[in-house]
Design a protein around this ligand. Sequence first.
Ligand SMILES: [Zn+2]
Length: 515
Amino acid sequence: MSDVIEASPDDLMDIYARKSVALKGRLGELSPNAQIQRGRDWAAWNNLKVRKIWQDKLSASKKDVVRPDYTKALEALANGEIKTLWCYKLDRFDRRGALAVLKVLENLDQTGARIIFGEDGLDSSNPDHRRMIMWKAEDARDESDRISKRVTDTKAWQRDHGEWVSGKVPYGLKANEDRKLVEDTSPARPDHPNFGSKATVAKRIFRMAKTGTYSLRDIARWLDEHGVPSPTGGKWHANTIYRIITNAAYSGWQVHCIGNQRGVIYRDKKGRRVRVGVRLVDDADREAAVRAIKGHTKPSEVYRGRASHLLTGLTRCASCNRAAPVSSRSYTCTSALHAGTRCPAPASAFRPPLEDYVVSRWFARLTNADEDDPLLKVVAERWAALTKPEETAEVQEALSVLKAAESTIERLLRDRRDGLYEGPAARFFEPAYKDAMSEYNKAQDTLRKLGGDTGVDIGFLLDAETAREAWEDADLDLKRDLLRLAIDQVIIKKWNGGGRFDGDKRVEIVWATAA
Ligand SMILES: [Zn+2]
């Protein structure tokens, strides 16, 4: 032996650690390394030298199981190589019940050796402990008891130390050996390895939700249509998607349940969030997705379109309310263009005079508007959306954050009233409430800074001369946009009489109103 230790067996101790592999309850188990560390600590307190570490990686619950290190550790004791064998817990040592343990202890008596069960605080050489050891050994035989006991022992500690203990791991993530969440890189479609991993599908779910254009059902349908098996292997349900999007574990946070709400961010005793693993989706994106599916965010309205005529999209037939796009030289009721659609009085208006009329009405309306005309507010908002899309988006975002925070605060208060934060859960209320309030205040600040008024100046549209200049300088796209600042619809009536185009009789303009 190269590593000769100059010590008598009385001062030497071995550690026996065991890792069970085939047990459901292993989530709550202390890792072998943690067991060993506790053994070392114990040795230090008792002035013993750790000679050797024995380790088995098997379940001791099966009677026929072979545990080489277990046997060797007992042999070392029996041979007098050491006087002390340390084991984390009795159930870690032998699960075959009192009789098996008794046999082991009887042999030890003759050599004066002892076994320490660290976590149980039991010493086999102490006669008073014998009865307890027997009792515990019997107890350890009952697997379900043992597991639940261990789980409560270590679960809280593991949770605070960022180990995944909440049972089933969310789709797209998996727990590694250290119980940390990592990306699940296994294929989302086993039959189609190139389709992408479960992690990429999970990310996609968040991206789709965030757009606000897909409902939970739409996303479930999309996954089904693309042949992606759900977490349980079958079809996707809206509820499954909801659970994914509302689960903070996807942003790497330790989570727990509050009431029937899953995936809630967990906090340790000092109120701090705990990291549990990889950040598949960052917080801002996840929160935006949650807001979108809860209906707090409307997809932003799109004004801009590619059309080759000034009034396309605005013009409608007074008789049937269908669109009246340009056909040859006129804006004409759709029914006149498509067979099969009927209109009692299809309207049509010659393009140049209709456009001239609408534009002149637009000028007149804006340049004669009173300062407090509600139309001007709408025009300013739409102009801001056109010219400062980012700031406008920022206001929209702040508004939706505000609404979401309001509903979180409401829910928290309701849950507290319903008693969900009583007892040990009480400490979760304050931090959650503080978070929601800080979100709320931040959003308020943003809104105050940007204001309902995003700082755009529409003065140039209200003065006849500058408005005319702006119009002349504008290309067709901008002209279309300018008209749409103030006009929502141009309704054309059918005209049977002859004569010149009379806009006042033929056209009704629907001025813009706030959304
Ligand atoms: Zn019509």
